[in-house]
Design a protein around this ligand. Structure first.
Ligand code: AMP
Ligand code: MG
Length: 403
């Protein structure tokens, strides 16, 4: 039996083929960008008016003029006008292109618009601070051609906005692999069905596929009964079709736990079976030419902790998402676990005033107690070579909830 870090190293040694696909930008937040985004125009692309008010020639004000006949209106979205009369002004709106033959914008708050005989004039009440004020000159944010988002970045709403600005309607992103999520067991019925007294509903496949959704991955769900020939036949098709197969159940010592044996018969090489951990000891992992196979123990908390301790971090790595260091959290209380196993302790996590993550155990009733997961936020990984864990000590944290 191997330890947790060895299991994790073996998994991380396996690469998943990640291809590229082009998607509508509205579908790409959280995905990995597979192209670089450069500016197709200067930013801003024109001398942009930053305040509602009037545009003047500063020289005129300097020469003592304070009343400016209004010659017209330059709206945002209107083509550039050029002021005719020297000594006039143009009314301008925020976001408009600066009219020709003007160089300074004065806000409405600092002028008064008056009706004088036949003309409208603007009377300056507060002297402009400097020539060019309230104008955002063309190209001063960034010049055309500037690289704004690198290949390999995780797309946040910021990059989506930049992509939209440069007119990218579609973006090249990493194509997430096809995944089969398979529950196994004769006792499991579809969740829409009322279970008989000896049956339960299949929850694991939904937990796993919900976790995968966080990575924009869509899973196809399957169920296999504990029947050797059924498993054998259906796994043939599934292994042919899917690059990633995640099973739950059927990997322990039970008489009907056929999964490991059949997987090996199908040419899926066993890379390990059983890890010194609780929960999730019977975890099986293997690989064939076409597929990577995680066969997780069926108890819901085992499935869950294996999913967040191994499957999700590995997938993030394959997709290029995981660049940060391992999260750590401090225990808030002393805790004892004396078995020679790594213990995944369910914890509620709080971030204290100094920004430090504090983890408090939320005691459940073992690996079948999935309802207890709703009370926590993640798992703290307590190493196998230690029995007593003291308040204030930090351990790796695997979160399943955004804090
Ligand atoms: P197994 O790993 O197949 O021996 O299953 C261990 C325990 O987990 C049994 O009590 C199963 O009924 C339960 N179990 C297995 N798969 C699921 C599932 N998909 N949803 C809920 N419970 C499950
Ligand atoms: Mg079973």
């Amino acid at each position: 039996m191997i330890g947790v870090s060895e299991a994790s190293d073996i998994i991380n040694g396996i690469k998943l083929k990640i291809e590229t696909e082009k998607l509508d930008i509205s579908e790409t937040v959280g995905m990995i960008l597979r192209e670089s985004i450069t500016l197709d125009r200067d930013l801003p692309p024109f001398d942009r008016v930053m305040m509602d008010g009037i545009a003047i020639q500063y020289d005129k004000w300097e020469q003592g003029q304070s009343v400016f006949p209004v010659e017209g209106l330059q709206k945002a979205g209107g083509p550039k006008q050029v002021m005719d009369g020297s000594g006039h002004c143009m009314e301008v709106m925020t976001g408009a292109i600066l009219p020709g033959k003007t160089d300074t914008v004065i806000r409405y708050e600092d002028i008064e618009i008056q009706q004088q005989e036949k003309e409208t004039v603007a009377v300056i009440q507060k002297s402009p601070k400097a020539k060019g004020q309230n104008i955002h000159p063309k190209g001063t944010n960034r010049p055309k051609g500037d690289l704004v988002a690198n290949e390999g970045m995780v797309l946040s709403p910021a990059e989506i906005g930049v992509a939209a600005t440069v007119g990218k309607t579609r973006l090249n992103v990493s194509r997430v692999p096809e995944v089969a999520v398979i529950s196994t067991g004769d006792e499991l019925v579809p969740i829409s069905q009322r279970p008989l007294p000896h049956q339960i509903r299949r929850s694991n496949a939904y937990t796993i596929s919900a976790a995968l959704r966080e990575l924009h991955m869509e899973a196809e769900l399957f169920h296999l009964n504990d029947d050797r020939s059924e498993i054998s036949k259906r796994l043939d098709d599934i292994l042919k079709k899917f690059e990633l197969v995640i099973l739950s159940g059927g990997v322990s010592k039970g008489k009907l736990d056929y999964i490991p044996g059949i997987l090996e018969q199908k040419g899926v090489e066993k890379l390990f079976h059983k890890v010194r951990q609780r929960p999730g000891k019977p975890f099986w992992f293997g690989k064939s030419e076409e597929s990577v196979v995680f066969a997780l123990p069926g108890n819901p908390v085992s499935t869950f902790s294996c999913c967040y301790r191994y499957v999700m971090p590995w997938l993030k790595k394959q997709l290029g998402i995981s660049k940060r260091n391992q999260l750590m959290a401090q225990l808030t209380v002393n805790y004892t676990f004396e078995k020679k196993l790594t213990y995944f302790l369910q914890v509620k996590v709080e971030i204290n005033d100094e920004g430090i993550m504090k983890a408090t155990p939320v005691k459940g009733k073992g690996s079948s107690d999935l309802a207890n997961l709703c009370k926590g936020d993640g798992f703290l990984e307590l190493p196998e070579d230690q029995d007593h864990f003291k308040a204030g000590e930090s351990y790796p944290l695997f979160l399943y909830r955004t804090l």
